[in-house]
Design a protein around this ligand. Structure first.
Ligand code: PLP
Length: 459
């Protein structure tokens, strides 16, 4: 890399950081006007470095700013500098995380992080983990292992037994999608009802299990969610595992993609009580822990299940070291991006205590938001206690309309959700650099916006 290329990188980063401060929300434009405005077309001749800089700056300018203080739209946000530096380094090192020969100590970094998570959730010595490209893929790996355990010839012959799985109606859509991907079929996944807090209703789980067993089906998988995507609710893992044991030994996966990071908090990890008895657990530090996308872990209580489902022989790839040091042996992928380094750098710079503070800070901020809304007569608050999701309506303004207008006017990016037929604004507190000031500003902006900008006759 030439000196002038290094300088280009620094200038582009400075440009982005400056824009984030000055224009935290990009003015939305149609794809047609953007393709017209930006020089996206591929050309015969390459650009000079200064021309390239101008073109890329335009592109950056019009890209939504997910790390700004006005972004609350998805389950990630903010930026932890040490983690971002780690990710840039991963690109520069460009190792592939399948073998020790190619990735060297990076394999140890990934394994150490998996071990830390396994220890935190109380899995024993036989546990092992891996990183997957996102929570959906971590969940897919869990379902494949459950399938292969319940139907051992599935890997060779395709699914032979009438497998059925269970997940709450508030769970993430990847559970259904994964059932399609691994040959079980979406219709073999039972949607279990939820209680008024959005947690899996155990009585309905039991009813559906009994019905299926009577009908000759084979229950193979229960997905419990630690932080549902809309309300941020935590399923009762202890009871779900009890039920799984009574009705045969069903694989219990805990999907902690969103809020599994509470394992770093002494105060809040009780929300995951019982997770030590589960078969697998996933967590995305790219959600509550400010690490760049994607950072997702899957840990498994019995490591032999990982090898049983994912190990293939390949003489051209696995030429040194034993299986333990070749993470490609327990992966969906062949070439694997280094997602471990960024989280390790964050961890090193913060320590256990720093990660705990990030989690606690977000939980406290969410509580402060709920207190504010409760004391303000114009807001209606939806059930989301002990969660980093704050779900509310302002006056009688439909949530969808409010969120769309806020976006159109370049005011802020926040999304809406629904529970039991009612829609609401879903404010997600997953940016640990936010302070109460930023959130108070969020609410007062909504209040002022409603008075000055919304045309009530449009509603
Ligand atoms: C975000 C989320 C996922 C999916 O994670 P990706 O990394 O986006 O694939 C799965 N489960 C839950 C509960 C989530 O909130």
């Amino acid at each position: 890399m030439l000196q002038e290329e290094k300088e280009l990188l620094v200038r582009l980063i400075d440009y982005l950081l400056d824009l984030e401060r000055k224009e935290p929300v990009v003015q939305p434009q149609s794809p047609e006007s953007l393709s017209h405005l930006l020089s996206l077309d591929l050309e015969e001749e390459g650009l000079q470095i200064d021309e390239l800089e101008q073109v890329v700056k335009e592109l950056i300018k019009h890209t939504p700013k997910t790390s700004s203080r006005r972004f609350f739209n998805q389950l990630f946000g903010g930026r932890e500098a040490s983690a971002s530096i780690g990710d840039i380094l991963s690109v520069m090192l460009n190792t592939s995380m399948y073998t020790y020969k190619v990735a060297g100590p990076m394999v140890l970094v990934e394994q150490l992080l998996c071990r830390e998570i396994a220890d935190r959730i109380g899995y024993g010595d036989h546990a092992q983990g891996t990183m997957a490209p996102g929570g959906s893929m971590s969940n897919l790996m869990a379902m494949i292992m459950a399938r292969d355990k319940a139907d051992p010839t599935a890997k060779e012959e395709g699914v032979q037994r009438p497998l059925v799985g269970y997940t709450s109606e508030a769970s993430h859509y990847s559970v259904l999608k994964n059932a399609a991907l691994c040959g079980i079929g979406r219709s073999a996944i039972r949607k279990v009802q939820t209680d008024d807090q959005g947690r899996m209703l155990i009585s309905d789980l039991q009813d559906q299990l009994q019905t299926d067993i009577k009908a000759g089906k084979v229950p193979f998988f229960i997905n419990a969610t630690a932080g549902t995507t809309v309300l941020g609710a935590f399923d009762d893992i202890v009871t779900i595992i009890e039920v799984a044991k009574v009705y045969r030994d069903i694989w219990v996966h805990v999907d902690g993609a969103y809020c599994g990071s509470v394992i770093w908090s002494r105060q809040h990890r009780v929300l995951l009580q019982g997770v030590d008895g589960s078969d697998s657990f996933s967590v995305n530090p790219h959600k509550m822990l400010g690490t760049p996308l994607s950072t997702s872990f899957l840990v498994v209580q019995d490591r032999s299940r990982l090898y049983a489902s994912f190990s293939e022989d390949a003489g051209y790839l696995y030429q040194t070291a034993d299986d333990d040091l070749n993470p490609g042996k327990i992966s969906l992928q062949c070439g694997r991006r280094n997602d471990a380094l960024k989280f390790w750098m964050l961890y090193k710079s913060k320590g256990h205590r720093g990660l705990e503070q990030m989690v606690d800070h977000q939980m406290t901020l969410a509580q402060q938001c709920r207190d504010y809304l409760r004391h303000h007569p114009d807001y209606t608050l939806f059930p989301c206690e002990q969660s980093v999701a704050v779900c509310f309506n302002y006056k009688d303004i439909p949530a969808e309309y409010l969120c769309n207008q806020l976006y159109e006017e370049g005011e802020m990016m926040v999304g809406y959700g629904a529970f039991r037929g009612e829609s609401f604004v879903r404010l997600v507190i997953v940016n640990s650099q936010n302070s109460w000031d930023v959130l108070l500003d969020f609410f007062t902006s909504i209040e002022q916006f409603a008075v000055h900008k919304l045309i009530i006759s449009d509603i």
